[in-house]
Design a protein around this ligand. Structure first.
Ligand code: NAP
Length: 314
């Protein structure tokens, strides 16, 4: 047995959905021989063909039901809104003792959609890799996407400890730092750190687009880091983000309400010329940014560490 084979953690991994997240998993698993066989399914024949061409999967199947047969790990890597139909389709075909996980950006809605279709004897462990880019599809993946990134799992009290430990070992082997939390708490945290910021970015880019006094060419020519970063975020996949806002509605509305209140306070400070308020506020937020860098979740480089992604041609 070769050294690579000795690292096999799952004998057959079925990837349902073959976009950025699944293709990055496939490349990372392949790099270390963590899966005996990788079987894939995506909605379109085109994506399935690309996945074979890129060597992401050993086999692709025309249906999700065929793809999960005999798999000891099934990863649901489709948009959140597609999870329920997929779960209903694969439920009767899951192997006893298999683990099903998902990578959806929202957890409570995915659990409500998937759990009823998972038969007894199959372990469902919801998950969410906190890693991504604004690119989509099977060609967008790269093996190092999960390096040093958090992968949150939201097991419950009934989750099988051995199945959880095995999944954790796979995710850690592809470079992720794994943490567990309650699904409702996950959705609130993500509303703060990801979902609402995306909505704000979409809004700011929309505002610039609607401003008649500032031409599009000026926006493009003079965009400095702030706006440029907004445009990068606002280029994210529309299907994925529509589903996020439709399914994490309560938490996002809560955080948006708080955001609007703070915005009004800052708006008033600007109108009243209250420089002290603005200075103190920006000093507090700067400390948060320093904390993120110290925690290793970003770099202090002026391009926010994204040079590597652009150098890779994405
Ligand atoms: P993506 O690149 O757009 O890929 C989505 C994949 O799902 C495609 O292969 C697509 O197939 C397939 N798909 C869609 N509907 C399907 C259906 N009904 N049946 C079978 N396959 C279907 O998306 P992604 O970025 O990998 O995101 C996948 C999941 O990861 C989402 O739930 C998202 O919330 C989550 N996530 C994303 C990020 C991120 O930054 N992108 C980060 C963390 C978590 P076709 O190509 O044939 O349409």
């Amino acid at each position: 047995m070769t050294k690579v084979e000795s690292r096999v953690i799952y004998n057959r991994v079925a990837l349902i959905g073959l976009g950025l997240i699944a293709s990055s998993m496939a490349l990372a698993m392949r790099a270390q021989g963590l899966a005996g066989e990788i079987v894939g399914h995506a909605k379109s024949a085109e994506t399935r063909a690309v996945a074979l061409e890129l060597g992401l999967c050993d086999r692709v199947c025309a249906t999700a039901a065929e793809a999960v047969a005999g798999a000891d790990l099934v990863v649901l890597a489709v948009p959140v809104g597609a999870m329920e139909a997929i779960a209903a389709e694969i439920g009767p075909h899951l192997a006893p003792g298999a683990t099903v996980t998902d990578v959806g950006s929202v957890k409570q809605a995915v659990i409500a959609a998937v759990a009823p279709h998972v038969p007894a004897g199959v372990h469902f462990i919801p998950g969410h890799p906190m890693a991504g880019t604004e690119y989509s599809g099977p060609r967008a993946g790269f093996a190092t996407l999960y390096q040093n990134r958090w992968w949150l799992l939201t097991p419950d009290a009934a989750t099988d400890a051995a199945a959880l430990a095995r999944l954790r070992s796979l995710l850690e082997a592809i470079g992720a730092k794994v943490d567990t939390m309650d699904a409702a708490h996950h959705d609130l945290v993500l509303a703060v750190v990801s979902h609402t910021p995306h909505l704000i970015a979409y809004t700011m880019v929309g505002v610039a687009d609607h401003l008649a006094q500032v031409s599009n060419s000026e926006v493009i020519q003079y965009s400095a880091t702030g706006f440029r970063d907004f445009t990068r975020i606002a280029a994210s996949d529309p299907t994925m983000w529509r589903d996020v806002f439709l399914t994490n509605k309560d938490a996002v509305l809560d955080i948006l309400g708080r955001f609007a209140e703070e915005l009004f306070v800052l708006q008033r400070a600007i109108r009243m010329g209250d420089g002290e308020h603005l200075f103190d506020y920006f000093t507090r937020t700067r400390a948060i940014r320093r904390g993120i860098i110290e925690a290793g979740q970003d770099t202090s480089a002026p391009d926010f560490g994204r040079g590597a992604a652009s150098k890779a041609g994405r």
